[in-house]
Design a protein. Sequence first.
Length: 136
Amino acid sequence: MRKARQYRGGYQFSGLKERARELRKKQTSAEALLWELIRNRQLLGFKFRRQHQFGDYVADFYCHEARLAIECDGPVHQPNEQWHHDQNRDAYMIAQGLRVLRFTNERILNDPEKTLDEIAKFLPSPTGRGAGGEGL
């Protein structure tokens, strides 16, 4: 008898969906600001998702078209055990073919325009998009 193929590659996902919902409800002020600036295709017409799951990890923001994950780092992300967890998460996402950008909460709050400019550098040019320039 054949073993059933696992839909999600054998990763342990129990609780991650609920965790992502919880993170959306309890977002930091930096996450809330960045979300207001990139949601609804406001940044060059690209669609971003909040608290998107990859394997055993959840990214703060994700753009599928650009294969781009964005992380907002507050004080909890300083060099300690959480920092090592972040390094493992980044390595996993990079191995999946994603680019990971990290911004401190302070930078997002104090200079949102520069933060958006930095993100825009990693988005494909409108002429290279296959969706007919959707959202432009």
